[in-house]
Design a protein around this ligand. Sequence first.
Ligand code: SAM
Length: 216
Amino acid sequence: MTQFADFIVSHTTPSAPPACPEIGLHLAADAIALWEATEIFLERPNLPPPYWAFCWAGGQALTRYLLDNPALVAGKRVLDFAAGCGASAIAAAKLGAATVDAAEIDDLAIEAITLNAALNGVAVTTLRADVVGTLGRWDVVVAGDVCYERPMTDHIWPWLKRMAESGTLVLMADPGRAYLPKHGLTELARHTVATLLTLEDREFREVVVYRLTGAS
Ligand SMILES: C[S@@+](CC[C@H](N)C(=O)[O-])C[C@H]1O[C@@H](n2cnc3c(N)ncnc32)[C@H](O)[C@@H]1O
């Protein structure tokens, strides 16, 4: 086992998110303690939170939506963008996607996705890269909980829109984050998702699953 894998396994517990219990994941319970442990482990201060150790409200709802609508991904080339723990990628693989890529910019997330895919007995290709700008490679792109910061939203939105305009099915799920664009989205479903007080300021969040239309 690599040092990263060892760190993940020793700081998480195999468990299942409430909204998509079909998917087993290495998940943590306390974000702050894990955040501090990660900074010590990597010997780097001011890291972003350990997103990879949680299935966020958006990720839970999006994964639920895929599990309830398997035809959307069966036989398709799927990208889970900003995959975190990789729950949606794993669901797509379980549902018979032709290929599944999971893109992340966090090394620990990449390792967590690999461990989580193995836990579920499926194959997911991890892309440790900022794939924003890459076109024509996927039939379906899923992105859970990606509008939590303005710079990230500004970075990814033109690309997601362009893909939607060129015929890629772009699905996203958002629990009311401040930077979610107001236009170019069609609501597909709504889920009330149990979450952790260590991540959110409440125990439940209403999450909307959208399809990007591309129109502004
Ligand atoms: C709030 S988490 C959501 C994770 C997962 N989609 C979910 O809903 O559980 C946001 C994730 O976006 C990742 N991220 C941020 N910018 C990215 C980029 N340009 N490319 C890939 N991943 C990115 C972060 O590392 C983090 O894991």
